[in-house]
Design a protein around this ligand. Structure first.
Ligand code: DGL
Length: 278
């Protein structure tokens, strides 16, 4: 392990991990804001969706994914999956990382969004996410601490990830399901919405149409990219900027279907796509 550490530290790529296609919404924003870095993306397509699984299982999968990315040349990994961030990140950062890879970094996606919400002047937030994310109450607890007077209505929306993975972004069934999910939030009178799942930005147009223009939808990709930008500025010792940025993609199952869907989601071709043995 120390050999691995010496080889990669201060020169590695940035790993982006998601259970499937969703993290491409984050990667897209990172490529736009911070193009001069190498990015290695890992989608655990063999085991997606994570959202209905137990904490222990999600932790195990997340450790395997992060370790895979470290071993393939990343020294900083973004867990671009709210489910994994809410269920596994803290334990991973506090226990697993210091014990196994003390010089490596792992960041999540929840904190940046929570901070952006806390800074806004909106008063009534809706949150939609997977069952595991909503059940963890990570968003509500962190927001209670940072912005105690914010009213929050949270709703688990478990059918959305499979619909997005299938590419059903604006089909009659997606519309019906979304209408049903958003109804109680609309009735509660939310003025803003957090998409607490990286798959949901692909449904943003439809969500916007259903909620109306007066409800602000936080742009989580941009918020995460801005936050990473700041983090990299504050940690010049990581020295990850490169003149020859590389993009690599790994999936744990079915690269062909990931490629066809993923290219639409990322807005560019997915070269260097390989099967990952997690
Ligand atoms: N994209 C993941 C998230 O942000 C979840 C999808 C899943 O259930 O695997 O929560």
């Amino acid at each position: 392990m120390s050999e691995l550490k010496d080889k990669n530290l201060n020169s590695g790529a940035i790993g982006v991990f998601d259970s499937g296609l969703g993290g491409l919404s984050v990667l897209r924003a990172l490529l736009k804001k911070l193009p001069n870095y190498s990015y290695f993306y890992l989608g655990d397509t063999a085991r997606v969706p994570y959202g209905e699984r137990s904490s222990e299982t999600i932790f195990k999968y997340t450790v395997a994914a992060v370790e895979f990315l470290f071993k393939h040349g990343c020294s900083l990994v973004i867990v671009a999956c709210n489910t994994a961030s809410s269920q596994a990140l803290r334990r991973l950062q506090q226990e697993w990382l210091p014990k196994n890879y003390p010089d490596y970094r792992v960041l999540g996606v929840i904190r940046p969004l929570v901070e952006a919400i806390a800074l806004s002047n909106k008063k009534h937030l809706g949150i939609i996410g997977t069952t595991a994310t909503i059940k963890s109450q990570t968003y509500t607890q962190e927001l209670k601490f940072l912005k105690p007077d914010l009213k929050i209505a949270a709703k688990a929306t478990p059918l959305l990830v499979p619909l997005v993975e299938e590419g059903r972004l604006d089909t009659p069934e997606t519309r019906l399901i979304l209408e049903d999910y958003l109804k109680p939030l609309k009735m509660a009178g939310i003025d803003s919405l957090a998409l607490a799942c990286t798959h949901y930005p692909y449904l943003q147009n439809l969500i916007k149409e259903l909620l109306g223009p007066e409800v602000l939808i936080y742009d989580s990709g941009k918020i995460i990219a801005d936050s990473l930008n700041l983090y990299l500025k504050n940690h010049p010792e990581l020295n990850l900027k490169t003149k020859n940025p590389e993009r690599r993609f790994y999936v744990s199952d079915n690269p062909a279907s990931f490629a066809s869907q993923g290219e639409k989601f990322l807005g560019q071709s997915l070269k260097n796509l390989e099967l990952a043995n997690l």
